[in-house]
Design a protein around this ligand. Structure first.
Ligand SMILES: [Zn+2]
Length: 483
């Protein structure tokens, strides 16, 4: 035992006050470790990019207006006009998978999108899924046929899929709900109130291992509620998991809350791999957007901060707003775009709260997992450009083990690769930022499916998708235990 270790042990024996703030070794129920009184676990300086030739904010016009967040003391969400807006109806809208193998395909797609005839749902190097508005069906068909671009219809009537996606719970489930002490199930997509109520219930029921903390407020004043599961062992590693950055990706908070439920309810019988980790969960990063998708527009993606630019468009894509290489490729400076990057790095209260949490936390995280949908991908950095971190082979092999565990459990095939390489460059993502903080195992997981239902995945898929993915998390925990 080295002299430093001896000193620490001595201090711990002599004084619990000096002992407790050491990294990850809080006793359950106590404050989470912050940086105020401990050694900083990682260097705050932004690391240099590992690949040359790309300068920060290259070829990007930075908007002059900086939107300062308005402070509010009011705990209640701000009532906005959106609360009285009717639901957006997608009757007759279709979703097509379009081949982008031909040279001119992507250009045509961009043109149709700029004419607002279609909206992109995402794609890879071979195809793109597009939402085609009902009035545009004829024009878009003609445009694709003229250029001999192949496509097929994935969703015939989007509104019908939306109507069928989230059926009410049956009598038995409702009865169980009443007895359980919280309303959360994994047979339905729940409102934010149910998710937060469930987190509070766990903290109250299992105070020795579960604690809940609000790390900030959304633009409309909703809590950004984080839950920690930990038995307080000093030797524990730490893993951070978030969901719901994009509002419409409902499967993501459903899967993350499933993990929370499994680990919290069964902690005593969980393997040491799980117990030897302090788990931090933020299941709904974008609560305003999430509620908006339930109340008004099922397919909203961004947050709900309003009034950007002369066009007064609402919302920033939170996954383009993180502060590592913000404003580069695959992010828009146009406020009405679905991939609007915001007025500056961490200009949004939701992404800023996460950054502030990491800045003030003394925890040294071993892994950061951020759950999205859809496409079935396990993506590692970098996203900002076609570049790889120095330890990309470790990320690839861990990713393959996770994908194998998913496949062995439920049969779904997840492709593993860097996000820029497998999909397309997208700067300002939370994964790049997490990696820039030296969190080694950083992944964006694009959950099911591959386009049959897309964002509108029926609630009956929650449990199968979550079961597959918790197997992946268990493998990650097993591998971390060996390091
Ligand atoms: Zn997403």
């Amino acid at each position: 035992m080295g002299s430093l270790t001896k000193t620490v042990v001595f201090l711990c024996v002599a004084s619990s006050v000096l002992c407790t703030p050491f990294i990850n070794q809080l006793q359950p129920g106590q404050e989470w470790p912050t940086r105020s009184s401990v050694k900083q676990p990682y260097n705050q300086a932004e690391p240099e990019p590992t690949v040359g030739g790309v300068t920060k904010n290259e070829e990007v016009d930075v908007p002059a207006v900086v939107d300062e967040e308005k402070a509010t003391d009011d705990d209640k969400p701000i009532e906005t006009l959106d609360d009285v807006v009717e639901r957006i109806d997608y009757t007759g809208a279709q979703v097509w998978k379009v081949s982008t193998m031909k040279n001119n395909a992507q250009r045509l797609i961009n043109q149709l999108a700029s004419e607002k005839l279609i909206a992109s749902w995402g794609g890879n190097h071979t195809s793109i899924d597009i939402l085609v508005k009902p009035k545009a069906l004829e024009n878009v068909t003609a445009a694709l046929k003229t250029k001999d671009i192949s496509y097929y219809v994935m969703i015939e009537d989007l509104q019908q899929r939306i109507n069928e996606e989230n059926p009410p719970l049956d009598e038995n489930e409702l009865e169980l709900q009443d007895r359980r002490g919280h309303r959360m199930t994994w047979k339905q997509y729940h409102r934010l109130e149910d998710i937060h109520g469930f987190m509070d219930y766990l903290a109250k029921t299992y105070p020795s291992i579960v604690s809940v903390k609000t790390i900030g407020k959304s633009h409309e004043g909703r809590d950004l509620k984080m839950l920690r599961i930990s038995d307080g062992k000093p030797s524990n590693k730490a893993v951070f998991i978030d969901g719901g950055i994009h509002a419409r990706e409902w499967i993501s908070p459903a899967v993350v809350t499933y993990f929370i439920n499994q680990f919290a309810e069964n902690f005593d019988v969980e393997s040491d791999d799980i117990k030897n980790i302090d788990w931090y969960f933020l299941p709904v990063v974008n609560p305003d957007g999430y509620e908006y998708t339930h109340k008004t527009d099922r397919l909203w993606r961004k947050n709900r901060k309003f009034g950007y630019g002369p066009s007064s468009c609402t919302g920033t894509d939170l996954n383009r707003n993180f502060g590592y290489r913000w404003g580069g490729k695959g992010a828009s400076s146009y406020p009405c775009s679905d991939i609007y990057r915001g007025s500056g790095p961490f200009s949004e209260p939701e992404s800023k709260a996460i950054n502030d949490f990491f800045k003030s936390s003394a925890v040294k995280f071993s892994a950061y997992l951020t759950y999205h949908s859809y496409g079935q991908y396990l993506l590692y950095p970098w996203g900002y450009d076609n570049a790889l971190p120095p330890d990309h082979k470790d990320l690839e092999s861990m990713g393959k083990l996770i994908a194998q565990a998913i496949r062995n459990t439920g049969g779904s095939n997840y492709q593993v690769g860097s996000s820029s390489g497998l999909l397309y460059p997208a700067s300002g993502g939370s994964d790049d930022w997490a990696k820039s903080l030296n969190i080694k195992y950083t992944y964006t997981i694009e959950l099911s499916d591959t386009g049959r239902y897309g964002f509108v995945l029926p609630a009956s898929y929650i449990e199968p998708v979550a079961r597959e993915n918790i197997a992946g998390v268990r493998v990650l925990a097993r591998q971390l235990s060996k390091i």
